[in-house]
Design a protein around this ligand. Sequence first.
Ligand SMILES: [Zn+2]
Length: 338
Amino acid sequence: MRGAVIHGKGDVRFEERPAPTIQHPTDAVIKMSATCVCGSDLWTYRGIATVKEPTPFGHEYCGIVEEVGSAVRSVKRGQFVIGSFFASDNTCPHCRAGYQTSCQHRELVAGAQAPRLRVPLADGTLVATPDLPPDDLIPSLLALSDVMGTGWFGAEAADVKPGKTVAVVGDGAVGLLAVLSARQMGAGRVIVMSRRETRQKLARTYGATDIVPERGDDAVARIMDLTEGVGADSVVECVGTQESMMQAIKSTRPGGSIGYVGVPHGVSLDGQDLFFRHVRLHGGPAPVRRFLPQLIDLVWNRKIDPGKVFDLTLPLAEVAEGYRAMDTRRAIKTLLRP
Ligand SMILES: [Zn+2]
């Protein structure tokens, strides 16, 4: 089969790779219905995270179970399933606590930008939809594999509560879905920091009440203006730079919480500065698996439509163009169809 492989900075190729097979009795192999390009992989694409050897790329997936190992019980051939970028057993202490991305037996699921994918620990990782989905639901179901679950975790980690004021740093797909998540959780006011018109529009569709186009300390000043000098109750950080992290911390009121889901690159925090700010920090790779049943239900009943973040759809063979479009910000997020 042919799939995406990253060779180095800006070099994604669609090339021959071995087709996946069942390697362990707990594996499943799925036939991909749709996959996509993740903003977190742009760090690698831009050469900020290095590639040691050609590596199968992509970690967001949904599709039809084609084959299962002899020990798999909870999913079967022919079901439509979604899973997270980390496979998890869903039984260890960390999984039971709701942190499946810290599973004691976690395995990274890589190489999803391909027609077929091996998913380890299928029982603990994959969740089936109630039935085969209609085609128009596939983008929103695919979004649950990472980006929507990550936005949701960001909002949850930021302790979003009904009626509260939420600020979102970052207008990429995760930031936009953090807006949607905050609204679902009943936030009273959702301020999103964004300077691009198409993204501002989608943020409003998802329930943003205020848009702040400034960055850095200017953005913090605007948040303070908007909250009568208090700061936001909850802030979701969806970028991962020093500037965005400080913007999040300084925008939070004393006693407030920051959920950080942008993969940090070169971020360092000053302990004493943090001490006197009185804020909570919680983040990390989103335990998407925890949220899958609830989010599948919301999508299945058409209560949320996270698939709107896909503003570019390409055939899988054009995966390299999918990365270019996101790298240059021509696209918010690229969906790929095998
Ligand atoms: Zn586990």
